[in-house]
Design a protein around this ligand. Structure first.
Ligand code: 26V
Length: 823
């Protein structure tokens, strides 16, 4: 069976449906479910029918897995995450369930092109970036490894905003209306709805304290099936939707306040309305705390109901043997006081027993190194919204401080470690609450975990060293290699003699020997060439870009953040352009490049938005200048999302991972690129460190300051202007921006950026500029030797098997969750 690109698809074991049967089922679904004749159906209709049919194929395995989980003795995993950046479901479900080939055949029979059907799906963008995508990779791997698991989160009505650029190149945000025409995967499970309450006060009855909330919303689960790859296991992703208990307040209505009567409904439904698009500066917004408590409270109650079905007085001392919860960053940390409340107030356990259960059930993953990204909630806000939780948090803090005192910790250190800060307006430090209230704390790459121990959570790691561990991130090879890059996948399977690497990625190691096989190298080069041609066509169709396929594709795709240093990349592009304009460099001497950016900025992040505007205008000027035509072009496809990643990563030859050392917790794009045969230019930051040590220093373009250099420079006093004066290439680039070359002569457009570069430059872009320019010349040299380049890329692929999310999940199982596949 072959697809549009003439590639071979083979059915996976376990697929029992023939293409013809599938075609019949889809036809039936079109006729009965949508009242349309298959020959008349649109792609959107066929997509919807296909999804329904594929979903039905999974139901049996799903139900089997659920009952085995409840009746069995394998501890389950509850992944608590405010974000899941899923990407399209149909191709993934087909691959994982072994229905790819039958589907191809069914489409042929019905006269549709599979790619057109896939294009009809709107991707659920229920996340901001790395953290949300990681959650999606982990639930895929949990199912693929056969582990009983739940993903719990929020079904935002509007996901991450859709990005557009205006005439001036500025970012505009549009609502992500992914649900506007319905969505065929989620199953609204009304029977499992839960009440989630807010506000009110706490009343004492004897020595019992009970919460009397003053409003509540209904949390309705929308269940998504998460099929494992060739594992036969289908887990549940349970995303909660907020609904009002009362559609319409009759009393208010009768007082003829028609509009006022729907206010409570609107208020309730606001909770799951929209994903917060910020991913670093917590705003302390009440609605966000409502979202966090909403999904966590519903999830904990749901897990208890699942494992103790129908029991009025369950023995919750056994809870830690049934399930453990992974806190994906601090967003779900309110679950710790919530479980304490459930155990004490609703199930009658004493503090000590409740605490013993709670601390054995929760674990916390930290995903950042930026101090400003660590959530701290104003105590006042928590007290107002969750008065009983506020009491419990204070008690956790009081006991924790007493414990520290008993350990002879100094008052000064105790003040540094308090969960509730001592201040007029106290705050609750959620990372500290998570560290104290759970068994393990992990960082997401070796360097990050080390920095957590040495800096961010130093006092805690000194006192509780056994709590701290590392799990280096990973990505799913199914979506990011097999689906995104079918050509490379076919070549890998040919080289290794099977496709077993897809569930055992370390097998890629076997490709290393082929790096010196000229015919394999030729095929590898051919794969990249074909992927580039595909991307050129995609970018032409979707964005109207004219990209020259015979240029080096150099990509930087990630959220726009100062610490990630998109500005370093764009300054380097400008410097190159300036050198051509001033006659210092002959454009024909350059290795022709297409520099591609993909990035969204938080809507309120002014500096990031100015950077976006600059990139767009550099692109406009450079791409329209005949003097550099054929040598340099800049492309900024808008609305970077999973779909764009899946097209761009396989076509990329050089990827940029150039954050300031000590700031990127891990990065996961770096892993996706390495697995797709791109070479990395990067700093020693996050998981770059581990990628480089695995692929070898010769196959990684390292540059720039290291963590120690950065620390030293901060303490010596950093003066960016000195770097500007010292490197004429840098001076020329910044002067060009300041003088209005990219703003039609208007000098004020990039004033904030220029001022920041020259006077502050907190992330030391200028200090790393010279090293970055120098490594780019080395990259050009290496690229001129196409076979040498391909050889390096093959070695990269061969040594990146470690970065599978299957491996990461196995590390969690072993080090933190202490469980495994369903027995
Ligand atoms: C933080 C916040 C702060 C409050 C406002 C809303 C909000 C939403 C999301 C976040 C999470 C930011 C942290 C994050 O995405 N970290 C990234 O996690 C990746 C997966 O571990 C990792 O590869 C990246 O290096 C890290 O930046």
């Amino acid at each position: 069976m072959t697809n549009q690109q003439g590639l071979d698809y083979t059915a996976r074991p376990g697929s029992t449906v023939s293409g013809h049967e599938l075609a019949n089922q889809i036809s039936q679904e079109l006729r009965l479910g949508q009242e349309v004749e298959p020959s008349q159906a649109t792609s959107a209709q066929v997509y919807k029918a296909s999804a329904a049919v594929v979903r039905r194929q999974m139901v049996e395995a799903w139900q089997r897995g659920q009952s085995q989980m409840v009746q069995g003795h394998t501890r389950a995993v509850g992944y608590l995450s405010a974000e899941y950046l899923l990407g399209k479901q149909l191709p993934n479900a087909l691959l994982n369930t072994g229905l790819e080939a039958p589907f191809q055949q069914a489409m042929q029979e019905l006269g549709f092109e599979p790619d057109d059907i896939f294009a009809a799906e709107r991707e659920p963008g229920l996340g901001n970036g790395g953290l949300g995508r990681l959650a999606a990779c982990y639930i895929d791997s949990l199912s693929s490894e056969g582990v009983p698991a739940f993903g719990y989160g929020i079904r935002y009505q509007y996901g991450i905003f859709e990005q557009a650029f205006d005439q001036e190149g500025r970012q505009r945000e549009l609502a992500d209306t992914w649900l506007e025409e319905g969505e065929p995967w989620g199953f609204e499970n009304f029977g499992r709805a839960r009440r989630v309450s807010f506000g009110g006060s706490v009343v004492a009855e004897g020595d019992r304290r009970t919460w009397q909330p003053d409003w509540a919303v209904k949390a309705v689960p929308v269940d998504y099936m998460v099929p494992g790859y060739a594992s036969g296991r289908v887990n549940t992703l349970r995303l909660w939707e907020a609904k009002a208990y009362q559609e319409f307040d009759l009393a208010t209505f009768n007082q003829s306040d028609y509009i006022g009567a729907v206010v409570p409904k609107v208020k309730a439904e606001t909770i799951s309305k929209v994903l917060y698009p910020e991913d670093s500066t917590p705003q302390g917004k009440e609605l966000r705390l409502e979202q966090q408590y909403f999904f966590v409270a519903a999830s904990l109650a749901d897990a208890i109901a699942t494992f103790y079905p129908g029991e009025r007085e369950p023995d919750l001392t056994t809870l830690p043997s049934k399930i453990c919860f992974q806190l994906n960053d601090t967003h779900p940390v309110i679950g710790i006081p919530e479980l304490m409340r459930l155990l004490m107030d609703e199930h009658g356990y004493g503090w000590d027993e409740a605490w013993s259960i709670t601390t054995r059930v929760f674990n916390y993953t930290c995903h950042t190194l930026l101090p400003e990204a660590l959530e701290e909630w104003p105590a006042q806000l928590i007290a107002h919204l969750l008065p009983r939780h506020w009491e419990i948090i204070q008690e956790i803090d009081r006991r924790f401080v007493a414990d520290l005192q008993a350990r002879q910790v100094s008052d000064e250190q105790i003040d540094r470690m308090r969960i509730v800060t001592k201040a007029d307006q106290p705050k609750v430090r959620m990372a500290y609450l998570a560290t104290v209230g759970g068994s393990y704390v992990n960082g997401v790459a070796e360097l990050h975990s080390q920095l957590l121990k040495d800096v961010t959570l130093k006092d805690f790691s000194a006192l509780f060293p056994e709590k701290f561990t590392n799990v280096t991130n990973g990505v799913t090879p199914r979506r990011f290699v097999r689906l995104a890059n079918p050509r490379l996948s076919a070549l890998i399977s040919e080289g290794l003699g099977s496709d077993a690497w897809l569930s055992d990625l370390e097998q890629l190691k076997g490709l290393e020997a082929l790096a010196d096989d000229p015919s394999f190298v030729d095929k590898f080069i051919e794969v990249k060439r074909a992927n580039k041609a595909d991307f050129v066509a995609f970018a032409q169709r979707k964005y109207g870009f004219e990209i020259d396929p015979d240029t080096m594709f150099d990509s930087m795709i990630k959220r726009l953040h100062e610490y990630k240093r998109q500005s370093l990349k764009i300054l380097a592009v400008i410097a190159q352009y300036a050198a051509v304009k001033s006659g210092q460099v002959d454009p024909r001497s350059l290795v022709p490049r297409t520099v591609i950016f993909g990035a969204k900025a938080a809507p309120g992040y002014a500096m990031a938005k100015e950077t976006i505007q600059l990139i767009n205008n550099v692109a406009r000027v450079v791409n329209n200048d005949p003097q550099v035509a054929g040598a340099l072009s800049v492309r900024f496809p808008w609305n970077y999302n999973i779909e764009l990643a899946e097209h761009l990563i396989p076509a990329t030859e050089l990827d940029e991972q150039i954050s300031q050392a000590g700031k990127e917790a891990s990065g996961t794009g770096n892993m996706k690129f390495a697995l797709n045969g791109s070479l990395t230019v990067g700093t020693l930051d996050g998981a770059n460190v581990e990628i480089r040590s695995r692929v070898g220093a010769d196959n990684f373009f390292l540059f720039g300051m290291q963590v120690e250099d950065v620390d030293r420079l901060y303490s010596e006093g950093y003066d960016p202007r000195a770097y500007y004066e010292a490197d004429p290439r840098l001076k020329a680039a910044i002067d060009m921006v300041a003088s209005g070359s990219f703003s039609e002569g208007e000098r004020s457009t990039y004033r904030n950026l220029v001022e920041d570069w020259l006077s502050k430059d907190y992330f030391m872009t200028l200090a790393d500029f010279s090293a970055y320019m120098d490594i780019q010349s080395e990259i050009d040299e290496a690229y001129r030797d196409q076979r040498g380049w391909a050889r390096k890329a093959i070695i990269n692929v061969a040594n990146s098997g470690f970065f599978s999310s299957d491996r990461a999940v196995k590390d969690y199982l072993e080090r933190i969750w202490h469980t495994g596949p369903q027995e």
